[in-house]
Design a protein around this ligand. Structure first.
Ligand code: GLC
Ligand code: CA
Length: 571
């Protein structure tokens, strides 16, 4: 018997399918904290290569690598000094190619992070800008302004950076430059054609190396229109975000992505992209997800929702409506490298609609760590994960969540790395910064850095990591890791990924009562989540996977306990 090309392909969704991403499970690797092959305390590409079997067994369709480019690490690598290279502390381009080849052989696609809003202050073009005169072409690649006041000693505006602290910093000759994030992250000037050309070069550089897709950092802020007299921070904050705001989600940003789309479509299958755009209005976010734009956009709504049936249902419904508008598939995110891990969020007091600020209070969701109910948090996290994995669209997982890891709070002030912690985050808010979800993950229950590497880890690992290690959880059929593996295997059978027809969901309103949400997917798949505390009756059907143990009443009726999800197949 000869195999067809699709049968030979290592990919779950055929290699040549342009739609592979629509319902993919994407696993985010934070490279410096994943696996350290050479024992210098920093995760590296060789470490990722050594763990490809683990990723394959987990059953993910793609990995997304947070930045691994040369960087001074003022913002965990989101300060890029060279967009077309690998940080020598992390590896080489040859190792990148080896990783890419081996991932593909394992049937795993590769997404890299592009950081186009700002560079590092160590980027050669920023150094050149500083060494050049006011008004020079080198300065025009960034956003420089004269100051106010008699000697230009007052910043052009009182804007704050996202991590706290001023957004305008003065350089020796007296001019000021804009940095929407840390001082070390000068914003690019996207009115300059040279910047457009350079990013097209970067996209082609990685696409030519076999990268399948891109995650676009701060996708909504590239286009800026700054008037001669700048608005104050208060005025800026009061301006509507409707396409005309000076710095956020301007309509012209879509022209940039139209150019990028042409590049993506030069490849077969076309390269994909997903926008990181923290926009409140889902309709504005949907613009980035259109096929002529980036093609997909993160939906972060679950990051600020409580473990609550009504809130989850609202988020799902809104996002499925946007899917209709954009023509893209929805995305689901419970954790990433910027937010408190979901096991911890769900073990804290509910937010009840209170908005969690990005860049600050979002750390421990505003509640003191000693109020954390660790077990409840993990139970709920597992239930939420199974809920999300049953939804139509792509699921983005963050390394360590498959172990049910909690946020690490045991990090001394002197060990912290996150600029959000230093630049006022701690003082202005109650935040601890984002280091707690970036601690190197535990592979073994003993040994140096719990198997992360031969030496220590670059952020301290707590003693409780031992029980949550890959080795410990692999040995336990009830562990969170075992649940993820099983769920992803079942999902792979049920989600065939063959286009939009399979991306439907139907709420079961008879079962969705009170704290329970139930929905059906094609193939007789029923997902039922109990967001409450009291057990409810479980309908009959073949149990595919559950996030916790089921119970039964005296009459033998199967029950779905509180904070639990079950997947059933009903024919
Ligand atoms: C994005 C990244 C975050 C980074 C910021 C600035 O929000 O996810 O980690 O600090 O952009 O690049
Ligand atoms: Ca290393």
């Amino acid at each position: 018997m000869t195999l067809t090309q699709a049968e030979q392909s290592p990919f779950r969704i055929p290699a040549d399918s342009p739609d592979w991403w629509r319902q993919a499970v994407v696993y985010q690797i934070y490279p410096r904290s994943f696996a350290d092959a050479n024992g210098d305390g920093i995760g590296d590409l060789a470490g990722i290569i050594s763990r490809i079997d683990y990723l394959k067994e987990l059953g993910v369709d793609a990995v997304w690598l947070s930045p691994f480019y040369p960087s001074e690490l003022a913002d965990g690598g989101y300060d890029v000094a060279d967009y077309r290279n690998v940080d020598p502390r992390i590896g080489t381009l040859d190792e990148f190619d080896e990783m890419s080849t081996k991932l593909h052989e394992a049937g795993i696609r590769l997404i890299v992070d592009i950081v186009p809003n700002h560079s590092s202050d160590q980027h050669p073009w920023f150094k050149e800008a500083l060494a050049s005169e006011k008004g020079s072409p080198a300065r025009d690649r960034y956003i420089f302004r004269d100051g106010l006041g008699e000697h230009g000693e007052i910043p052009p505006a009182d804007w704050k950076g996202s991590f706290g602290g001023a957004a305008w910093t003065r350089v020796p000759d007296g001019q000021w430059y804009l940095h929407s994030f840390a001082i070390e992250q000068p914003d690019w000037n996207w009115s300059n054609p040279e910047i457009h050309a350079d990013f097209l070069k970067t996209l082609r550089f990685w696409a030519d190396r076999g990268v399948d897709g891109f995650r676009i950092d701060v996708a909504n802020s590239l286009a800026k229109d700054l008037p001669e007299v700048l608005p104050s921070a208060a005025e800026l904050a009061a301006m509507p975000i409707d396409g005309t705001h000076p710095t956020i989600d301007r309509d012209e940003v879509q022209d940039i992505y139209a150019e990028w789309r042409e590049v993506f479509n030069e490849y077969d299958p076309p390269r994909t992209a997903v926008a990181e755009a923290w926009l409140d209005d889902p309709a504005r976010r949907a613009r980035y997800a259109r096929p002529e734009s980036l093609g997909q956009a993160f939906n972060f709504d679950l990051l600020t929702a409580d473990f609550d049936a009504a809130q989850f249902r609202r988020v799902v419904s809104t996002n499925l409506e946007q899917q209709e508008l954009s023509g893209s598939s929805s995305t689901w995110v419970l954790s990433n490298h910027d937010v408190t891990r979901h096991a911890t969020r769900y073990g804290l007091a509910p937010l009840n609609g209170r908005k969690v600020k990005q860049g600050a209070e979002w750390m421990l969701a505003g509640a003191p760590a000693d109020q954390l109910d660790r077990d409840l948090g993990v139970r709920r996290a597992r239930a939420a994960t199974l809920f999300v994995l049953a939804l139509p669209g792509s699921a983005y997982l963050y390394q360590g969540e498959e172990l049910g890891l909690h946020e690490v709070t045991e990090i001394g002030d002197d060990q912290r790395q996150d600029p959000a912690f230093f630049h006022g985050g701690r003082q202005d808010y109650d935040g601890l910064g984002r280091d707690g979800c970036r601690v190197p993950i535990p592979w073994t229950s003993e040994g140096p850095s719990f198997g992360f590497g031969a030496a220590g880890a670059h952020l301290p690992q707590p003693a409780w990591f031992a029980a949550d290690s890959v080795a410990a959880e692999e040995a336990d059929p009830d562990s969170t890791l075992s649940m993820y593996r099983k769920a992803l295997a079942v999902r792979a059978d049920l989600v065939t990924g063959d286009g939009q027809a399979a991306e439907s969901l139907e709420w079961d309103d008879a079962l969705s009562q009170g704290d329970v949400l139930a929905f059906r997917r094609p193939g007789g798949w029923l997902c039922l989540t109990n967001f409450g505390a009291e057990a409810v009756a479980l309908p009959t059907g073949e149990l595919l996977v559950a996030s916790g143990h089921l119970a039964a009443d005296e009459d033998g009726q199967q029950l779905l306990p509180g904070a639990t999800t079950a997947w059933l197949r009903q024919d």
